[in-house]
Design a protein. Structure first.
Length: 309
């Protein structure tokens, strides 16, 4: 169902209902929020067609941050959108204009074969098509105001987008992850997501609080889809951020620190899944969350090590 002209686009990354981009339509003009990888370009263009728009009708591509599952396809998509500009955090913009370091870092982690398979070609964006987002800055989409907020915690180059028309935030990864397989009669199940190198729990709490101050009706997550009610979900996120910090400190100093983090995070999420009435057995819950448990463990490890560097 399309509400307020907001179309959810499944980028197809990894599996269905895992990685969303959004197309906001207002009076025949369009703005994408995130775009997935280069392999998602056909899905983005198909979404335009399904919404009754052409590639010429897109004014903006807004990137919540430059991690590849959100922005890896930006340059490739922009080649099809002649009138669009890219709105991006000032810290992320250099990596979109010259993605050399982004490509090198990801290739080091994933290998060239996996990069080609999962992400496709990462194409630079011409500098003249890049607009730097300001904290509290506004852009217009056919008279519809979209406001950006600097929202670190998951990454220092992260922004979230406030749409006053729908009273909703497009949250990237700052407001966590919520997969539809884990929904229950209690609603959406949510958990925070750290990144391996820039997780900052205090900043994440503050970013969540800043978004809640706008009294939103809904949150549009990249992973995955529209979720409500924001206040209750925010409370669940903050509880888990606190629990993750306690887990990190409890595992710190151990020779098997990473294994300890993975085990403790798995226990935390299973305990919360039971309390939430998630309709999957433990093994299925772990399968859904396996990659995120690993990444959160890496993020906590990086956070612990940062003061020692």
């Amino acid at each position: 169902m399309v509400e307020h002209g907001i179309h959810t686009v499944d980028s197809g990354f990894q599996r269905p209902n895992f990685d969303a981009a959004y197309l906001i339509v207002e009076q025949g003009r369009g703005a994408f929020v995130d775009c997935g990888t280069a392999l998602a370009v056909p899905a983005m263009l198909a979404a335009l067609s399904g919404a009754g728009l052409s590639a010429q009708d897109v004014d903006w591509l807004i990137l919540t941050h430059v991690h590849l599952d959100h922005a890896g396809g930006a340059g490739a998509l922009l080649q099809h959108l002649p009138n669009a500009r890219v709105l991006v955090h000032p810290r992320g913009a250099p990596h979109m204009i010259d993605p050399t370091r982004l490509i090198a870092g990801a290739t080091e982690v994933y290998g060239a074969e996996e990069m080609a398979r999962s992400y496709g070609q990462i194409v630079p964006i011409p500098a003249e098509r890049v607009v730097l987002a300001e904290d509290g800055g506004q852009i217009q989409l056919a008279g519809r105001t979209l406001m950006t907020l600097d929202t670190p915690g998951h990454a220092r180059h992260h922004l979230c987008v406030w749409d006053a028309r729908s009273r909703a935030w497009f949250t990237g990864d700052t407001f966590g992850l919520s997969y539809r397989e884990l929904d229950s009669a209690q609603g959406a199940f949510i958990l925070p997501t750290s990144s391996p190198v820039q997780f900052e729990p205090d900043a994440m709490r503050e970013s969540i609080a800043r978004m809640l101050a706008y009294a939103p009706d809904a949150m549009y997550l990249t992973h995955y889809g529209r979720v409500t009610p924001p206040a209750a979900l925010a409370h669940a996120l903050v509880e888990q951020i606190d629990a993750m910090v306690a887990i990190a400190r409890g595992c710190d100093g151990r020779a098997d620190r990473h294994r300890c983090l993975v085990a403790a995070l798995t226990e935390l999420y299973l305990e919360r899944a039971h309390a939430h009435g998630v309709p999957l057995d433990d093994a299925a819950v772990v399968r859904v969350l396996a990659m995120d448990i690993e990444l959160n463990a890496q993020g906590l490890g990086s956070w612990l090590d940062r003061p020692r560097r």
